[in-house]
Design a protein around this ligand. Structure first.
Ligand code: PLP
Length: 453
């Protein structure tokens, strides 16, 4: 059973961390490891660490006690437990309403549908995101128009959005990616000026805050993922947040075969007044969402504190550049701890070899978030494939598609995709000692850079 962090254990590990800070202060920054004393593990030396990092997901007796009665009741399809989870989720996030779905992808697809996005429309989004952000636009038969990223925060560059707006633009879909938030102030101002709708893809940003408002509550609708790797999880799941009851009723109807719901539909239009899909959350999934919400505050606090501690330490090591956050972010949370790897500081060692060297030292470094391993999303094959689909060929003229193809250029995102290294947020749930190990491993690699080739 994965263990949730008790208050006592949190204090113990924090105190161990505090001791390590004192110890670390006496270590000369670039003299601790030398090529003579510390052979790279990749080349047969001792690794910095062999102990595994914190596991994810985390569960305890409370989760088991919540799921078993649901299992035994035989009521597994959406009922009261999902409703209870929705109310608790909305309260936690500070939204008036929440609709739980099967996953974040369907939450996004449903939200765009509810805001009227359809064939012929354009939705402005970021190229540096998980594939599902873009899938949701294409699945609504609209064109994802990419505004390049801000290289420091890794989020969509708000100053590049307006130049992408055309008469066909209907919405902006910023994705709060890895461990930060997009500039919601500027995005909402642009949306207001041009009469556009905003859907936040907050699938990676549980509990992150912009001026004390939670990610997912700043646009017309906000979507979160509750998939296995996410900071609140039930294995697979998603959530839509919103304050507009009528809009949320439309989301509900769409996610439930287009059946009437609340204010939006009256039954005199039949039992299925609109075309819908089905992406309802199941009761046993919701039972875990309810219990997982009890630990997310403390886990988030720990991740954020550990990340701040680690960033402070590693910022002195050349060639690994931490992501920056907007000053308006009153709370940063971490789904992925990301850095840029600058190979010119490492004897031009390719990123894959750098990652291999860190992994040999016991640090679970990776290139990123699945799709970020390959190409920036705007270059993925799925886009050209969809443009050539029967549906898109019928909706869009050849001239329009050719002009669209001519705008798929996001050099900042390309460079970031080529340089990203980091690790999943579970690593940040550990102790200060764990953070010190990460720092020491990075330092060891830096000091041995001449041997990396
Ligand atoms: C930014 C982003 N958007 C959307 C999704 C899709 O969520 P799900 O996997 O729950 O469908 C993810 C999942 O990783 C994501 O990271």
């Amino acid at each position: 059973m994965g263990k949730k962090i008790s208050r006592r254990r949190f204090m113990e590990t924090t105190l161990i961390g505090a001791t390590s800070v004192v110890g670390a202060a006496s270590i000369p920054a670039f003299g601790f490891y030398t090529p003579q004393t510390a052979k790279l593990a990749m080349l047969g030396g001792q690794p910095v660490r062999t102990k595994p990092f914190h596991a994810w997901p985390v569960w305890d007796q409370a989760d088991e006690d919540a799921i078993l009665p649901v299992l035994r009741s035989g009521v597994w399809s959406r009922q009261d437990v999902v409703r209870e989870a929705e109310e608790k989720f909305a309260r936690l996030m500070g939204a008036k309403h929440c609709l739980l779905t099967t996953n974040g992808t369907n939450a996004l697809t449903t939200s765009l549908y509810a805001l009227g996005v359809g064939g012929g429309d354009e939705v402005i989004t970021t190229p540096f995101t998980f594939v599902a952000t873009v899938d949701a636009i294409l699945l609504n038969n609209a064109l994802p128009v990419f505004a390049d990223i801000d290289p420091e925060t890794w989020q969509i560059d708000p100053d590049k959005i307006e130049e992408r707006i055309t008469e066909n633009t209907v919405a902006i879909l910023p994705a709060h990616i890895t461990c930060g938030m997009s500039n919601m102030e500027k995005i909402n101002a642009i949306a207001q000026k041009h009469n556009l709708r905003v859907v936040e893809d907050a699938c990676q940003a549980h509990l992150a805050e912009w001026n004390h408002r939670k990610a997912g509550t700043l646009g017309d609708l906000g979507c979160l993922s509750l998939q296995n790797s996410k900071n609140i999880t039930c294995g697979e799941g998603g959530a839509i947040l919103g304050d507009d009851e009528e809009l949320m009723d439309l989301c509900y109807s769409y996610h439930n075969f287009g059946r009437p719901q609340g204010k939006y539909m009256s039954r005199d239009r039949g039992g299925h007044p609109i075309l819908g899909t089905k992406c309802r959350m199941a009761e046993y999934q919701a039972s875990i969402v309810i219990t997982q919400m009890d630990s997310v505050e403390e886990e988030t606090k720990r991740r954020t504190e550990n990340a701040a501690y680690l960033t402070e330490k590693i910022k002195e090591i050349p060639g690994i550049v931490p992501v920056k956050h907007y000053g308006e972010m009153t709370r940063t949370t971490f789904y992925y701890y990301g850095l840029r790897y600058k190979k010119q500081h490492y004897n031009d060692c390719p990123r894959d070899l750098f990652i291999k060297a860190l992994r040999a030292e016991g640090i679970p470094l990776s290139t990123g978030l699945g799709v970020i391993e390959g190409e920036s999303i705007h270059k993925e094959g799925l886009i050209e494939e969809t443009l050539n689909s029967k549906t898109f060929q019928k909706i869009y003229s050849k001239e329009r598609l050719d002009s669209y193809r001519g705008q798929l250029d996001c050099p900042e995102s390309d460079q970031l995709v080529a340089e990203t290294v980091g690790f999943h947020s579970r690593v940040l749930l550990g102790s200060r000692q764990d953070m010190d190990d990460i720092y020491r491993a990075f330092l060891k690699i830096y000091e041995n850079r001449a041997r990396l080739s």
